[in-house]
Design a protein around this ligand. Structure first.
Ligand code: NAD
Length: 390
């Protein structure tokens, strides 16, 4: 159970790049990091517009002298201070992640980076090498992985409750961009522009989320080859897709699908993971994250509830309030930030055994997301053909 007691000698001194006023994702980073006494926000380069970033930083309670105009100035200045930042979170548009993460690692900082980690596997590997050389943690905010019932699903698969795994049906298909909302909304505009978004829109923006959940729940599955078709139903978004379907053959015979979409009109989020085994199936839906459906063939379906004593122990480790009370996305993110902090602390102490025991979306998860998008785009741009997974 998480209940806010101190688990690090002192909170980790933490800065943010991006996540400025009015950004979509800045507040949940701060809320999650500051929830459990593990981080303290002491510096920021919060906005592409320096003055706006500075005034927002002051509103957040950051010392004005540590509200910086840009990340390079922040990393250089903080490195000169005895009480300089130890970790930084990057919550900026996709095209900036690689350069900012690289600079942060070169300045000896632990990094939490938004997804997609970067644009190419080659870049991701460069970050991995830098992190390894500096013994730094890189966390990637696949936030849904902090939901407790994902741990239950992982345990149920590992214990054979589903039998042999046959199908992995993944989707993240919302409807918020069914029309060309980017004409009015700058936060959507960069998402449909390859200069800022990278080689894909929905594959990287939403598809990688359930993909990572499948990696947590089914750690032994390896994609052998895949086929992807992508479309731009709002024509002005081409070459970036607003809908994509990916088919995946796994080594060992299981088969998977991922539907990534922002034009699923009427759908709120539509992120679902359904795992079909030879005996039973599991289904989790991010709009009802406190419930997991367990369907055994020839038996009435069961609803497994978060926080209940019958759960496997890993699914209770991050419980904050007990069953019945709904926990949500903010708690899931806080659970991840808690693990990021524990990993940073173990890494700083050189405690390799402890570090190895903390599972969080790490640099390998970041690499795998980028790799999957690269393979999907390659298949789609060849006309939707099967390609070996490289
Ligand atoms: P946004 O456009 O709403 O906000 C971006 C923020 O970054 C703004 O405050 C902007 O001023 C600032 N910024 C831009 N360039 C900067 C720079 N060079 N230095 C400092 N600040 C800079 O975008 P968003 O929706 O918050 O998305 C940001 C990132 O978060 C994206 O990579 C996106 O894919 C990711 N995201 C992740 C999730 C998730 O569930 N993990 C959800 C939404 C967004």
């Amino acid at each position: 159970m998480i209940n806010g007691e101190k688990h690090t000698e002192a909170p980790i001194r933490w800065g943010m790049v991006g996540g400025g006023k009015g950004s979509q994702i800045g507040y949940i980073h701060r809320s999650a990091a500051l929830r459990d006494n593990t981080f303290t926000l002491v510096a920021g380069a919060l906005d592409i517009v320096p003055e706006r970033g500075r005034s927002f930083g002051i509103e957040l309670g950051i010392d004005p002298s540590r509200c910086y105009a840009d990340y390079e100035t922040m990393f250089a200045a903080e490195a000169q201070r005895a009480d300089g930042i130890q970790a930084v979170s990057i919550a900026t548009p996709n095209n900036t992640h690689f350069a900012i993460a690289k600079s942060a690692l070169e300045h000896g900082l632990h990094v939490v980076c938004e997804k997609p980690l970067c644009f190419t596997v080659a870049e991701a590997k460069e970050l991995e090498a830098l992190a390894a050389a500096g013994k730094k943690v890189v966390g990637v905010t696949y936030g849904y992985a902090g939901h407790q019932l994902i741990e239950q699903a992982r345990e149920m698969v590992a214990r054979g409750d589903l039998g042999e795994i046959r199908l992995v049906n993944l989707q993240f298909a919302h409807g918020f961009h069914s029309a060309a909302v980017e004409e009015q909304n700058p936060a959507t505009r960069w998402r449909v522009d390859p200069r800022f978004a990278g080689p894909s829109y929905v594959l990287g923006d939403v598809g990688t989320h359930p993909l990572y959940l499948s990696e947590v729940i089914l750690p032994d599955l390896r994609i052998k080859r895949l086929m992807c078709a992508r479309q731009s139903f709002v024509k002005s978004r081409a070459p970036l897709e607003d809908n994509a379907v990916t088919l995946m053959e796994y080594q060992g015979g299981a088969f998977g699908t991922v539907w990534s979409s922002c034009i699923n009109a009427g759908s709120m989020h539509g992120q679902k993971v359904r795992i079909v085994g030879s005996k039973a199936s599991l289904e989790w839906w991010d709009e009802r994250p406190n419930q997991l459906s367990f369907e055994v063939q020839d038996e009435p379906a069961r609803v497994i509830e978060r926080g209940m004593g019958y759960l496997y122990p890993p699914a209770l480790a991050d419980d904050r309030i007990g069953a019945g009370h709904p926990e949500g996305l903010f708690e899931a993110w806080a659970n991840l930030y808690y693990r990021f902090a524990m990993a940073m602390e173990a890494s700083d102490r050189g405690d390799a055994a402890r570090l190895a025991g903390i599972r969080y979306p790490d640099i390998r998860a970041g690499i795998e997301g980028v790799r999957w998008v690269e393979n999907c785009v390659r298949s789609a741009d060849l006309g939707g053909v099967w390609v070996d997974y490289v």
